[in-house]
Design a binder for this molecule. Structure first.
Ligand code: ADP
Ligand code: TRP
Length: 329
């Protein structure tokens, strides 16, 4: 069979949230069902180092993210699921691409501009972040990179670097396409802006019931009185609910908003119940994994082994193309 490859990564900088699931992981799980696609998904722990996390915390978040992806439906028998730092070839390829990357291109990246708007003394990792991301991607020659809309520019940079490399050193990398599910492009957080681990606005998938309830109840709403009809299109509660609810449940919430005598508190409780119902199986699977450290360690090893089977020959191909010696396995 003529396989296509898909690859994506997720940073272990906090607990997995609804935005990560709806904007990214759900798409990974759907791709996995397509037999003609080979999937690579990884936890980007090297990337997380830019925010200088506490070492113990980083390791815990990395393992939690690994388990979360499996609990949400990624299957280690079908996909290659691995931890980035188990494949040190990523950092080497990053260096090999650094000499091809204009400083100006990095300085113009939206993510970097965003960082320097509030960080006076940014580290080099934040500036060269897109080069490591390009290395993560190009290493596995994926045809698609399923990501949220915020990652579009990083994929464009990756494409530019792949094209430049191929022009200078000969055809080496597949030039990947971003795969963005426009319908779920940006999931709002509890404050109405993009839900993100780095902001205090997430709704977790694997938090305790109490935590999830607290997060849902903190969603910002306007002050329309209980009796009055409300706009559902602009309401963050509805805009999250719509991705989890069935069409008839959605119609019911729309009618409740339109009819009045339905408060935002009612809608929040409905959303909270829906989240627990939607993720009930995943939450159970995560608990099983939490109780089975040996199984998790074996899955991590298996993922690293499968990833390196691809990464090792690839790095040798790149070394050779650039005039460096090849490494033995
Ligand atoms: P975060 O912004 O929470 O740190 P990451 O940067 O690790 O999340 O993103 C992991 C994946 O989840 C990426 O593909 C990203 O585009 C997607 N993602 C993150 N937040 C959202 C959101 N609010 N809506 C849609 N997709 C999101
Ligand atoms: N930068 C991505 C994010 O913030 C995470 C990431 C790292 C990634 N390497 C990647 C995504 C490679 C896709 C492909 O979400």
């Amino acid at each position: 069979m003529n396989y296509k490859r898909s690859l994506s990564g997720i940073k272990p900088t906090g607990n997995i949230h609804l935005g990560n699931y709806l904007g990214a992981v759900q798409g990974f799980v759907n791709l996995q069902a397509q037999k003609e696609i080979k999937n690579f998904y990884f936890i980007a722990d090297y990337h997380a180092l830019n925010s200088t996390p506490d070492p113990k915390n980083l390791r815990r978040l990395t393992l939690d993210m690994f388990k979360s992806l499996i609990a949400l439906g990624l299957d280690p028998d079908i996909s290659t699921i691995f931890i980035q730092s188990d494949v040190p070839e990523h950092t080497e390829l990053c260096w090999l691409l650094t000499g091809l990357t204009p400083v100006g291109l990095m300085e113009r990246s939206h993510a970097y501009k965003d960082i320097i708007s509030h960080e006076k003394n940014p580290n080099m990792g934040l500036l060269s972040y897109p080069i490591l991301q390009a290395a993560d991607i190009l290493m596995y020659d994926p045809h698609f990179v399923p990501v949220g809309a915020d990652q579009k520019q990083h994929i464009e940079i990756t494409r530019d670097l792949a094209e430049k490399f191929n022009r200078i050193y000969g055809d080496t990398f597949v030039v990947p396409e971003p795969m963005i599910q426009e319908s779920v492009a940006i999931i709002p957080g509890t404050d109405g802006t993009k839900m993100s681990k780095s902001k205090n606005n997430i709704i977790e998938i694997f938090g305790s019931e109490k935590e999830i309830k607290k997060q849902v109840m903190s969603i910002t709403t306007d002050s329309t009185p209980l009796e009055e009809p409300k706009e559902f299109e602009t309401c963050a509660i509805y805009n999250i609910y719509k991705f989890l609810a069935t069409p008839s449940e959605l119609q019911e919430m729309q009618d409740n908003y339109k009819n009045g005598n339905y408060g935002y508190g009612h809608a929040k409780i409905r959303l909270y119940e829906k989240i627990l119902e939607y993720f009930a199986d995943a939450r159970r699977t995560l608990q099983d994994l939490d109780n089975n450290e040996d199984e998790v360690s074996a899955l991590i090893k298996k993922g690293a082994h499968k990833a390196r089977e691809y990464a090792h020959p690839k790095i040798n191909q790149v070394r050779k193309a650039m005039g460096l010696g090849e490494l033995n396995a």
